[in-house]
Design a protein around this ligand. Sequence first.
Ligand code: PHB
Length: 390
Amino acid sequence: MHKRIFLNTLAVAVLGAGVATGALAQDKFKIGLILPMSGQQASTGRQIEAAVRLFMAQNGDTVAGKKVEVIIKDDAATPDVSRRFAQELVVNEKVNVLAGFGVTPAALAAAPIATQSKTPLVVMAAATSSITEASPYIVRTSFTLPQASVALADWAPKNGLKKVVTLVSDYGPGIDAEKFFKDRLLFNGGQIADSLRVPLRNPDFAPFLQKVRDIKPDALFVFVPSGAGAAVMKQFLERGMDKAGIKLIGTGDVTDDDQLNDMGDGALGVVTSHHYSAYHPSATNKKFVDAFQKANKGMRPNFMAVGGYDGMRVIYEALKATKGQGGGDALLAAMKGQIFESPRGPMFIDAQTRDVVHNIYLRKVERKDGQLHNVEFDVIKDVKDPGKAK
Ligand code: PHB
């Protein structure tokens, strides 16, 4: 009891504001969920919120004697806003855990708040390799772009795609995708004919795709964040680039399950590498997809939903392991090294890096039961983030 009040007071003192928490707050366990519920990345917020609600409906809202309360804040993927909400959630709401973070800049902006207040921060969506290095209190349940990109750079040259142009959104995850794809492709004897970067905000892909058409590589490798894939696909097809013999490949963000079924037959045959497909053939995943769709008017869960669902599991398990008595450091320690079966397959939180270790699958878009799906045809097991190697 004394220790608990001391810890809370310390957290408040560090942030320089607020009043010590009352007795009632101690019966609650608060999760501050910062998500883009509006703006360009709104589909990520919608998917993660649905997954968090499903997890709580399935696992209850009382854990280790604490009533779990989720407070959602819409940051519209704007880092200044993410940071302000993180601060308010810690100081005013006294949240036990921060979670969510739809884009890399949002996670990086909140990282110092997690460090100063010793609050675990669970990244459920953002995927630049370096994020986990921004604070020792960050744990990640999404994925990293180096994990996804390297697998495809091994597959491409073995399958006749030697000359490749890369096209990525011009910020953290895109730059990771470009670098790790390029380095591995060159290592494998391939060639990068050009590396193109498109702005993150309101991108117009047309001039970039025209350039790719003129270069006429074997393949175009694409990373754009979840929600932007359909626009790339549409413009790629409108320009007849597939008919000109250019193969579209990318990380699974491009054939995002949130949008894939509306992309049309032009998407058939697109090969991507990623950690999650709604079509992943395991009993755990089938149960997850069925329950998710039932609770959300048929919406198909994408990789963002799985990052949110698994993030909640990591938080719940930490709360159980610390018997509801843990402060930030104890919760963090209980998050490290967790191992379980996710809808994506086996998953592990590396205790050293606090980053996710999981399988990366090669998938091809196919029509199955009348719907477009990312159908897995190969797997690289237990992939650690290659970005942590150096
Ligand atoms: C990110 O900003 O880190 C991010 C966002 C969406 C993705 C992947 C990465 O699909």
